[in-house]
Design a binder for this molecule. Structure first.
Ligand code: FAD
Length: 670
């Protein structure tokens, strides 16, 4: 029996697949890149082995500090020829730091919560507090914070002060970026310019034009065993059939693929949306306690993925399998490989959100025409023009590049995009269920971000909340269109039947241990989420132990109107009937009266009672909007103390600060 051409082709492809499988791709000279490169935790050793002169550490929670650290290191290397690397604080020991005489050490330090270090900076802060002397080392510090929080940039300032106390040398001024005023980008650029000017004075360095020096190489594979190719799985574990994915610990590198048992719409408005979603934990050992946060791992929408691939001319290569080779051993690949172009864009990179001026300047070199290059450079170099043409028009990177080139594709190396785009980050949600009454289920309450703001000619959407909305509409077989569509079945169908990767982040936002302590909860809008959990906790305890002494519970809630966006409107009377007189909900509907009424006005109306409860040891909880509400509520509480306790405003503010230190005034704000 002779084989025809088709048979030969089939046989050849089987043999090729087998070879690929057996060799795991090594025949093509490609191996999967390790997640981190050198393996050593000793800073001096890593710097010496890699030939680097500068190390830029980041204490980062959501990836912003890491992103700025990376941009800074790249520019130092490219403009001044100073071999530089970035480093996650968590991955190093610091014993050799005081001896880094001829090196440059930078810290990009985010402040988290109530003036705390980020998770990856905790050990470093402990080390710094007990360090002896840093006189031999040259430092630079940039803090990232939010001025709407009381302990603004506490960690950046602490690091700067501690280095000064330990006689460290400074390469330039201390810098601070403020997310609260929305000026992080411009703050960074001003600090960077001042730091570079100082470096030019202090060090013998020559300045060059910025030039991209790749740290990674993208290799397109001709053949790869499909079972080894990552299609959006969060990490290597998810492609290993021997791993039990229902077992924790679940954290920022290992999420649980949680089934969403049910979802429903909480608003009765056509124009706005808030999703209630219930994640089922019964098949896993994932646990939480009331007041914790749920991290939801999103993917990008179909439209955003297509727009991004199109502007770079990668649409035809969507499914091309790629691997990444490290050209610089101190770099790392931020996702598992081998993978595909589309997977990287859909699952691993943060491709939406405002474009930064620095990023535009960096990508200008790849503009398709001289005219578009000039325009990109002009916008990147001019704060006001950039604000008017790009920022105030809510453009993401694909929008901005299309606007600048008139739609012509940009030929940018994929490695550049990987190196300069931050990773797609999980978003956090205050859990709105009670771990006492919902032991095997986590509820979240998410306001969907979708708006056409003044200045924009398109609907501006948030990644995760629109994914939740797409799930809600599909799960409930709604005829309504989602604002964005997603690949709901996920890689290899792993998210089919409504699953999402999640993990729990422990929080200190907790009810007092003594149930007789009075509590004052203030949570307008989705800020009511954790208080639904708190109240359900109270109801559970009351049902289990009816004679337990229960302190007064005041819940201040605000929204636009009782008919449109009153969250869990039907539930509160049920809780009130179970808890009796101890529970009181005080509402403020801002659009129902001629004068807008907010929670802070209601607080003032109840000043005497609040002051009385504070005298009896009440705990205050505030949740929701960090930009204005938290400050307005703080000011109202200070007024309450001034009016009822006959103290000066200074004394009242001091008293509230002491409450915070004693954990009697807790905030969960964003
Ligand atoms: P993202 O994609 O992160 O976008 C953020 C914003 O940027 C959106 O408004 C989006 O429309 C806008 N945007 C998108 N593109 C552009 C552009 N090109 N230019 C300018 N703007 C753009 N939220 C809740 O609803 N409920 C909660 O219980 C809750 N709890 C939280 C608890 C904590 C501890 C924290 C930190 C946050 C909490 N949040 C909560 C907020 C939540 O984490 C998300 O930030 C929010 O849901 C938006 O996520 P997203 O992915 O939909 O939007």
């Amino acid at each position: 029996m002779s084989l025809d051409t088709l048979d030969h082709a089939v046989l050849l492809s089987i043999v090729l697949a087998l070879i690929t499988y057996v060799s795991k791709g090594k025949l093509w000279g490609v191996t999967s890149a390790p997640a981190t490169s050198t393996g050593s935790r000793d800073i001096a050793e890593v710097l010496s082995a890699s030939g680097k002169r500068c190390i830029v550490f980041h204490g980062s929670q959501t990836g912003t500090a890491e992103d700025y650290a990376s941009k800074f290191a790249k520019e130092l290397q490219s403009r001044f020829g100073i071999p530089s690397m970035t480093a996650d604080l968590e991955k190093y020991d610091f014993d050799s730091l005081p001896a880094l005489e001829n090196k440059l050490v930078f810290f990009f330090m985010a402040t988290y919560g109530e003036g705390e270090p980020t998770d990856n900076a905790i050990e470093f802060m402990e080390w710094l507090n007990s360090a002896d002397d840093l006189a031999a080392v040259k430092f630079g510090v940039f803090g990232l914070g939010n001025s709407t929080y009381e302990f603004y940039n506490a960690i950046g300032r602490k690091v700067q002060a501690k280095i000064a106390e330990l006689n460290g040398q400074f390469l330039g001024p201390y810098g601070e970026g403020d997310d609260g005023r929305g000026t992080m980008d411009e703050d960074f650029l001003s600090w960077k310019d001042a730091m570079f000017a100082s470096l030019k004075d202090q060090l013998d360095v020559e300045e060059h034009a910025m030039q991209y020096q790749p740290a990674l190489e993208v290799v397109e594979l001709d053949a790869a065993d499909p079972s080894t190719v990552f299609l959006g799985e969060p990490s290597r574990k998810y492609l290993d059939p021997s791993q039990d994915l229902s077992l924790g610990p679940f954290n920022h590198s290992h999420p649980y693929l949680a089934p969403i048992a049910s979802t429903y719409e909480l608003f009765s408005l056509a124009s706005r949306s808030c999703i209630h979603a219930e994640f089922d934990l019964s098949d896993s050992n994932l646990r939480y306690s009331t007041g914790d946060h749920l991290a939801i791992w999103p993917s990008n929408s179909d439209a955003h993925v297509s727009k991004f691939l199109a502007i770079f001319g990668w649409e035809d290569k969507r499914n091309q399998v790629i691997d990444i080779r490290l050209l610089d051993q101190t770099a790392s690949v931020p996702f598992p490989t081998p993978t595909t172009y589309e997977t990287v864009v859909r699952h691993y990179l943060g491709i939406t959100g405002p474009l930064s001026r620095q990023s535009l300047s960096a990508i200008a070199a790849f503009a398709p025409t001289d005219a578009s290059k000039l325009l990109a450079m002009a916008l990147g170099g001019n704060k006001d023009a950039f604000k008017e043409k790009i920022h105030d028009r809510y453009m993401d990177i694909a929008d901005a590049l299309a606007y600048i080139s008139g739609g012509a594709t940009w030929e940018v190396p994929f490695s550049f995009v990987i190196e300069t785009t931050h990773s797609l980050q999980p978003r956090y949600y205050s859990i709105s269920s009670s771990s006492l009454s919902e032991k095997r289920s986590i509820h979240v309450t998410a306001v969907v971000e979708a708006d056409t703001p003044a200045g924009s000619d398109h609907l501006v959407t948030g990644v995760t909340t629109n994914l939740l909305r797409h799930i809600q509409l599909t799960q409930n077989q709604s005829s309504q269109d989602p604002h964005q569509r997603y690949n709901l079945s996920g890689p290899r169908g792993k998210l089919a039947r409504f699953k999402l990767p999640v993990h729990v982040r422990r929080s200190t936002f907790k009810l007092p241990t003594n149930p007789a302590s009075p509590v004052i909860m203030i949570g307008p809008g989705s800020g009511v989420a954790p208080f639904r959990g708190f109240v359900r906790d109270k109801v559970h305890r009351k049902t289990q132990n009816p004679n337990e002494k229960q302190g007064k519970i005041m819940l201040f809630y605000g929204c636009r109107s009782a008919e449109e966006d009153f969250l869990y409107k039907e539930e509160w009377p049920q809780y009130a009937s179970k808890l009796g007189e101890s529970f009181e909900m005080i509402t403020a509907f801002s659009r129902e009266t001629t004068r807008k009424v907010y929670v802070q006005h209601r607080i003032m109306e109840r000043a005497e009672e609040i002051a009385d409860l504070l005298g009896k040891g009440a705990f205050i909880y505030v949740c929701g909007d960090a930009s204005r509400m938290a400050r307005d509520v703080h000011d109202a509480l200070a007024e309450v103390l001034v009016a009822s306790k006959k103290m000066t405003r200074e004394m009242a503010v001091d008293m509230l600060r002491n409450f915070k230190i004693q954990n009697r005034y807790q905030e969960d704000i964003w």
